[in-house]
Write a protein that binds this ligand. Structure first.
Ligand code: IMP
Length: 439
């Protein structure tokens, strides 16, 4: 049994929630290591849809301990609401959720600052989720933030919140905003944070103990490779590191504990917010995929931008994350297409490029070079065996494998757990040998 990192191979929204949920039977711990409630992980539970934002997707599995690490930023009001929603579905959260004392808190001023920064950027805005994520990482880096662990000493906690709020007021002024958080909103954040106190602890120690007992950990990444603050399409990125390698330091563990990397890719590409998107489709085919794939943000409800599968970006993701295997989601969304395109290179004048340039502005100027494959025009929804897929669908998956250079071990053909093809491929079968039998 290994410790596995599950990350998004594209710009987020790849369907990581379903894949993590499927893998949970093989893991005793599920740990979130980055992002905040900008994430939206959809999990099916007893025929209901759960949209999780901060709580790891393992929470619907009673045997899983769920941890939120120091690399995650926590909006206490959002988290308490999420806990209560889950409790309303009879899911026991409080005994199984451990929150890092080192995680930083998102306060109402962070959210206002997020909005003020976006407004001041005008056309150059990033298109953030508006959840205050960037400003929370900003005060963390400036060492003016509040860490969750302080809730264990309410007096010190209130003092720290006051210092951060004063700093945020200053930053709001600098951003040209006259808005200031209402006192009752700050009080609501304080009350929510204090409610979280019984769940606060040292997640790094808990995970290190799990490692020493040989209990397998699944690290659940949020967002996706190209939203990574250092390696993504800067500045149109989120403010945390989303790559697989960060799962270890962001959780307080040594790098050697990470045993494998499974990346989730959609069978096409989507992106929310602004920023370059070489394979974007702005035509009716894009609208068709958006409708069929219900491509509207889990967190904000915004329509997602749609594009063809970008194998140049995909190969870059394989290199950046050290991806060992791929889970391909939403294959069935392409069922009605007459032909399907894959970008295999980018063209810049006479020059062909086989990787993403390190200059974001240049990426926006490149033209993708496409390879076209025949569509299958057959219903593949709910298919559970690879051999049952129509030949062109099999060829599409095999071509993606060839272009990415790693095996596609899982193919998702619908939102439900059962609507999944498990392929008997290494390294997947050695990571989670018993999963095939369970599904
Ligand atoms: P922020 O993380 O709210 O600051 O937003 C920065 C960028 O990341 C924006 O383009 C968002 O749309 C994008 N983003 C953040 N979280 C997610 C996610 O979970 N899925 C997809 N895009 C995201």
């Amino acid at each position: 049994m290994i410790n596995l990192v599950v990350v998004g191979g594209q710009w987020g929204d790849e369907g990581k929630g379903k894949i993590v949920d499927l893998l949970c039977p093989a893991f005793s711990h599920v740990a979130r290591f980055n992002g905040g409630n900008n994430a939206g992980h959809t999990v099916r539970f007893a025929d209901r849809h759960l949209a999780l934002h901060l709580i790891p997707s393992g929470i619907t599995h009673p045997h899983c301990r769920c941890l939120v690490g120091p690399g995650v930023v926590i909006d206490p009001v959002a988290l308490v609401n999420e806990i209560r929603t889950l409790e309303g579905q009879s899911i026991d959260v409080r005994k199984r959720l451990l929150l890092s004392a080192r995680a930083h808190l998102t306060l109402p001023g962070h959210r206002l600052l997020d909005g003020a920064r976006e407004a001041s950027k005008g056309r150059g805005r990033i298109g953030t989720t508006g959840r205050g994520i960037g400003p929370t990482y900003e005060t963390r880096a400036a060492r003016t933030g509040v860490r969750l662990g302080l809730v264990r000493n309410p007096r010190r906690f209130r003092e720290a919140v006051a210092v951060t709020c004063a700093e945020l007021d200053r930053l709001l002024g600098c951003a040209g905003s006259e808005a200031r958080p209402a006192a009752e909103d700050i009080e609501a954040s304080i009350a929510a944070a204090l409610e979280l106190a019984p769940m606060v602890g040292d997640t790094a120690v808990a995970l290190a103990q799990a490692v020493s007992r040989g209990e397998p950990i699944l690290f659940e990444g949020a967002q996706g490779t190209f939203l990574d603050i250092d390696h993504g399409t800067y500045p149109y990125v989120t403010s945390s590191n989303c790559l697989a390698g960060f799962a270890a330091p962001a959780s307080g563990l040594p790098a050697r504990v990470l045993g494998g990397v499974l990346a989730v890719f959609k069978a096409y590409t989507t992106r929310v917010g602004e920023g370059p998107f070489p394979t974007e489709m702005t035509d009716s085919l894009g609208d068709h995929i958006r409708r069929r794939g219900n491509e509207f943000g889990t967190t904000t409800g915004r329509p997602r931008r749609i594009g063809w599968f970008d194998a140049v970006a995909g190969r870059t993701a394989v290199r950046l994350n050290g991806i060992d295997a791929v889970a391909l989601t939403k294959l069935d969304v392409l069922d009605e297409m007459a032909a399907i395109r894959i970008a295999t290179a980018y063209r810049s004048g006479e020059q062909l490029l086989d990787r993403l340039p390190d200059d974001d502005a240049e990426l926006a100027r490149l033209d993708p070079v496409y390879e076209e494959l025949p569509g299958w025009r057959t219903d593949t929804a709910s298919v559970t065996s690879f051999d049952r897929l129509p030949q062109p669908a099999q060829s599409y998956v095999r071509r993606l494998e060839e272009l990415l250079g790693v095996p596609v071990c899982l193919v998702s053909t619908g939102p439900r757990r059962e609507e999944t093809i498990f392929r008997e491929l290494e390294p997947f079968t050695s990571w989670v040998p018993q999963l095939g039998e369970r599904h």
